[in-house]
Write a protein that binds this ligand. Structure first.
Ligand SMILES: C[S@@+](CC[C@H](N)C(=O)[O-])C[C@H]1O[C@@H](n2cnc3c(N)ncnc32)[C@H](O)[C@@H]1O
Length: 249
């Protein structure tokens, strides 16, 4: 696993062609995955959404397309990714609705219970302290707020999985490293997906951070997954069972 400063340095150096690499290497699938993610958000007019690890603001822009009266804060720790995102936001006249800002997912510079939903696409597997990030999301969400995390996975079907892994493990690192002019960015991608927890394990981590109504939606046979959780209206009882509440004394 790369250290956080190495991850940031990597995104700083591949930002210039990040969107192009994404589209080529996913064969255009990334666009439809982000569309599904944006459409899965249940929000009302004027709600506020945090798109964490927003990168070049693709998800933030997609969210605005599908929810015409909400506002989005896009946050990322890579200035180079954000500056490309900012150009796209301006080109689409979305400055009033999308604010991009520097921040680290592990220490969100945001108030408690201030957002209606949090999205994060392809960011969590780069961060070793996943539980810290999940508890930060829990802290800044309002009660009833929705968490949506999209991350890569592998197809369930063994034949598809075999074919996909041939592409993902062998072809993608060569092609991706060449397109991004690095010798490690896409080797890191492959490694970080390989070591990311299985769907049920990651859902469990989300549940252990306090979220309820946990679900996972598989996209393109499981090549990408959207993990969904809700912050409960009232905090879960600490000692469920006897009186269903806190233990006295
Ligand atoms: C693969 S990109 C995904 C960008 C965007 N969400 C998308 O769908 O295209 C991962 C992003 O996560 C950001 N990132 C990684 N670790 C982070 C952290 N600890 N805090 C904030 N951003 C982080 C990187 O800077 C990068 O922009």
């Amino acid at each position: 696993m790369l250290k956080d400063f190495q991850v940031r340095r990597m995104f700083e150096s591949i930002a210039f062609s990040y969107d192009f690499q994404n589209s080529v290497l996913s064969m255009g699938q990334d666009l439809s995955w982000r569309r599904v993610l944006a459409k899965s958000i249940r929000v009302l007019d004027r709600h506020l959404i945090l798109d964490m690890a927003t990168g070049t603001a693709e998800v933030a822009i997609e969210i605005c397309k599908h929810h015409p009266r909400i506002r989005v804060v896009g946050m990322d720790f890579s200035p180079a990714m954000l500056s490309i995102g900012w150009r796209k936001v301006r080109a689409r006249n979305l400055e009033e609705r999308i604010r991009l800002s520097i921040g680290d997912a592990r220490f969100l510079p945001l108030k408690n219970a201030s957002f209606n939903a949090v999205t994060m696409a392809f960011g969590i597997r780069n961060i070793e302290e996943r539980r810290v990030v999940l508890s930060e999301f829990y802290r800044i969400l309002k009660p009833g707020g929705q968490l949506l995390i999209m991350e890569f996975g592998y197809p369930d079907n063994p034949i598809l999985k075999g074919l996909y892994r041939l592409y993902f493990d062998r072809v993608l690192p060569l092609l991706g490293n060449w397109l991004s002019r690095t010798d490690y960015a896409y080797t890191h991608l492959v490694e970080s997906v390989r070591t990311f927890p299985k769907e049920e394990e990651f859902l469990e981590e989300i549940g252990e951070s306090g979220f309820v109504q946990l679900k996972v939606k598989k996209l393109t046979y499981g090549i990408a997954n959207i993990y969904n959780g809700i912050k409960p209206d009232a905090p879960p009882p600490r000692f469920p069972g006897k009186e269903g509440g806190e233990r006295a004394g």
